[in-house]
Design a protein around this ligand. Sequence first.
Ligand code: GLV
Ligand code: MN
Ligand code: MN
Ligand code: MN
Length: 402
Amino acid sequence: MSPERFAALWRSLLPIGRDGRDGGYLRRSWGPADLECREWFVEEALDRDLTLDPDGNGNLFAWWGDPTAGDAVVTGSHLDSVPHGGAYDGPLGVVSALLAVDELRERGRKPRRPIGLAVFTEEEGARFGVACLGSRLLTGAIDPARARALTDRDGLTLADAMTKAGHEPLDLGADPERLGRIGAFVELHIEQGRALTDLDAPVGVGSAIWPHGRWRMEFTGEANHAGTTRTADRRDPMLAFAAAVLAANEEAHRQGAHATIGRVEVTPNATNAIASSVAAWLDARAASAEALSSLVAAVRERINERAAAVGTGFAMIAESESPIVEFDSGLRDRIAARLGGAPVLPTGAGHDAGVLSAHVPTAMLFVRNPTGVSHAPTEYATDADCAAGVTALADTLEELAC
Ligand code: GLV
Ligand code: MN
Ligand code: MN
Ligand code: MN
């Protein structure tokens, strides 16, 4: 595939949900930009004579061939973004899936296994807190009653948001029939690090995903006057929160893992009032389940000590947890060989492919990201590397389905 060909389809999606100020993206699931992205996908799929097949969980499928034949090879990713995210995380996999179909048709291929394109909803968990919500629902990894009741920052539930967007959430939950049609899943994604740049390779094959999770932390204290409350009389939850930020960073550094507190909500959030409460979210990732629980336990213990010392309350609630993923080794080796010995690498980022891998043989392709930046407006890959990614995905589909 030529870079120009890639760029032509890529540019048709770029304006949707772009923030004029920082160039980042605000594609909240079920919000206006997400709906526009979904319409864009539907049109592109119909233009290619693919059969549209939205599921009850808000995920979109489009088929080349008869999905009821089973043993399909499915590829895709997501179109939602983190707030002020980059253009590539998610959409690159969807655009590449559409272009890989074009490429296979131009090669004159007629798949013997059905080929499916998938767009998973709320992959980032940026609106409702649970990452990979669409693929978790599909695979039964989350209870649909819990999912319906998840709320966004405005207090709107997932069920309300779907209804408002014109998608009645009547069939939320495990869909063994649709899942059973998938014989293999391949997700192409921009790399979220610099490994491929260091290896001087445009495309790599995924080996594993680090176990990771998100915890909501609640710090409770007592609101009071900033000018008149004696230091000794204060119960300021910001102090325990500050200790949490440092503990997360220091423990992650000490243990060779990653921990981030990137979201915080302070109540009442006034300059001249001591906070009554603070909610903050911990994102923690490590190379093994044991390393992750030891990291989280160490952070929790340090916060508990600090909260007790300053007389404030502290609680920590798991919002979403993702176990370690080892992608199917047969599939991985076959794809890497087909791609002429492409490098094989693990990632610390979560993906729908990770959720699906518990049910079907799953693989990932990564496209080089020169700066390694992701979840930020400067996330970037060259058109030439993206086109190489499309070619690699088409080769992969040809290898598996034709
Ligand atoms: C999703 O991109 C995640 O890994 O947080
Ligand atoms: Mn992401
Ligand atoms: Mn992603
Ligand atoms: Mn992700």
